[in-house]
Design a protein around this ligand. Sequence first.
Ligand SMILES: Cc1cc2nc3c(=O)[nH]c(=O)nc-3n(C[C@H](O)[C@H](O)[C@H](O)COP(=O)(O)OP(=O)(O)OC[C@H]3O[C@@H](n4cnc5c(N)ncnc54)[C@H](O)[C@@H]3O)c2cc1C
Length: 393
Amino acid sequence: MAGRRYVVFSGRPVALPSSLRDLVGTELFSPQAKARLLAEPFVGSAEAEDESVADFARRRLGPEVLDYGINPFTAGVFAGDPEALSLQHAFPCLHALEQEHGSLLGGGLRRAAGRFAQRLLGRGGDDDDARPRSGPFSLKRGLATLPRALADRLGDRVRYEAEVQALRRTGEGRWRVHLASPGHGADDGSGASPSLDDPTFEALVWSASLPALSALAPELDADTSALEDVSYPPVSTVATGFPRDSIDHALDGFGMLVPEVETGCRTLGTLFSSSVFPHRAPDDRVLLTTYVGGARDPALAEADDETVYEAVYHDLRRALGAHAPPVFRQRVTWPRAIPQYHVGYGRVKDALDRIEANCPGLYLAGNYRAGVSVGDAAASGNAAAQRVAERLG
Ligand SMILES: Cc1cc2nc3c(=O)[nH]c(=O)nc-3n(C[C@H](O)[C@H](O)[C@H](O)COP(=O)(O)OP(=O)(O)OC[C@H]3O[C@@H](n4cnc5c(N)ncnc54)[C@H](O)[C@@H]3O)c2cc1C
């Protein structure tokens, strides 16, 4: 039940098909679009080296699947614009299916058959499939439990509200880090040059944003212009609590995504939080989490609270039949939410590799390296930690 995903179609949530039978019956796509989709294995491979997600979807799957499948999916993962994002870098598994099998449907079926055969033989699958599979994941008191637990283990070695204002390499090959005083931003007048009083480190892992990195460290010994071009559009999340009986929809799924062509709605999508995770709302209430902004509508993420709340209620009324105001609401805004892996992101990755090669002791980790999910960001941190351990012996 929690696995069901809805997509808004003509203002109402319609379940995304999860089987061939569902696909044949779904109202999301016209008969022509379904026939086009089934012909996908016969579409030729791309000529462009680095293709946008939208060009790929139009070419292989047709315009309706782009509008009602790929566009909302891209908003759900990157809060991004499929016309700007690179298929190869943003969705490497789709790119690999085309490269290795010449087709998404054919490649997907072959992989599924391979997994089935491996199970029959009692062995694990190929590399991809060896990764643990799990559904949506959280912790009883929210994901913040994890960094809090890590910080508890580290004790007073953790510095909060400490903005890195400059990095400098010392003559001994260490990294000097200049921090803003707690509670002060970059404009506190304290200057942004490291002084001899600043601490130095043999190894430094950078996990903040790319534009901040290129601005802070003039001596990275590599062309950092590619890093400055990476955009991080803002996203706001709005949590709303309702009495269960004031929402008409069954909320029997993971959530709903809003395609850009659904111009009657302004939000990106809504997670049915209390349906997916236990303990999110009292029994007679529900909790919804709605996302606004992103590359599609950055101005809305930065608008005042009343504008944002009204956009959210409007879409919840229209799509889910919310017929009473929420009894609870809370908004959080990420001014720089998720890095956009745009067409040409290979230049960014090359620049990162060069910086690490030219700057011994400086390691780069985070959601700009090899995937934007929490799991990807954590894996990149683990990989950096291993490189640090090798350096420190
Ligand atoms: C609204 C939203 C919903 C999401 N939902 C999901 C989801 O459901 N599942 C999923 O897998 N992923 C999700 N993601 C993506 C995922 O959460 C992030 O990509 C991932 O957490 C990024 O981790 P990170 O450590 O690389 O970067 P961040 O978590 O962005 O950490 C970077 C840190 O660097 C700090 N910083 C910046 N500049 C400086 C400086 N000069 N000095 C010191 N510190 C600095 C920032 O304050 C920040 O704390 C979501 C992202 C957003 C924004």
